[in-house]
Each structure stands twice: as C-alpha cells, then as structure tokens.
Design a protein around this ligand. Sequence first.
Ligand code: RB5
Length: 149
Amino acid sequence: MKIALGSDHAGLPLKKEIITHLEGKGIQIEDFGTYTESSCDYPEFALKVAEEVAAKNFDFGILVCGTGIGISIAANKVPGIRAAVCGDTFSAHACREHNDANILTLGQRVVGLGLALDIVDIFLDTKFEGGRHQKRIDKISDIEKKYSK
Ligand code: RB5
C-alpha cells in the first residue's frame, strides 16, 4: 500500500506522527509537504496530494490542517477525489465502506493523537462495500462531468 501525505503548518506535527505510525507498520509513504512550521496555504498541499491520488499513483491520501475542513474542501475540487474529514472512528469506517473515500483529512486542532491514529488505521483497513453504494458514487461522478469544461 502507498500513501500520499500532505499538510499545512497547522497540521504538520500530526502529519509527522502519522508518518512515523505508518512507517512503523511497513507502509510506503511520500510526504508532499509542507515541511516547515512557516505559515502556508493548505490548498497547495491538497492539490499536490489530490492529483497524485486521482492519477492512481497512490492507494490513498491523508491530509492534515487545523480543522481538516479547508484541506478537504480543496482536495474535493480535483475530479475523482472523495476526501472525507473524520473526527471519529465511525465516520472513518463509513466513509470507506459507503463513500469509497480516497483521501482522509484530519484536524490537528480537533482530534487527539490516539484518536487520529485509530482513524487512520480504520480508514486504511476498511474496504468499499460496492453494491448500492456504487450507484451513488457514479452519481457523484456525473456531477463532476456536468461541471467539467
Ligand atoms: C490555518 O490557520 C487554518 O486555517 C487551516 O489549517 C485549516 O484549519 C483550514 O481549514
């Protein structure tokens, strides 16, 4: 499994913890920045990771900002991306099983480290259920097509 990661300055410490956690499990990762605590703009890192995931260069993406919200909104502008902000384990499970989410976003200022790592593990371990949910994913793709130039 290959995971693309990104964050802004507000998500950097949690992203580093997630990288250590994933590497400890032998999971291949690539960090697309930011790499310093200097203030920066989360859409830049959302775009880098979302493009890599949409191109299927990675199995999943994980993005972290202060809330997980801004970076999720930005990533979801890239066609083919279904980024889900999760602050609980039920959502981490459901966004994979029902929504086939391909990017997890987390808020460093929202979730503690233990919960964040549980969310990461559940997100990566849960499979898309398909079936009735596939029809709904297809309808999301139809919306993208309707508004793509
Ligand atoms: C940065 O201060 C903060 O606005 C950003 O990390 C994120 O929370 C935005 O959604």
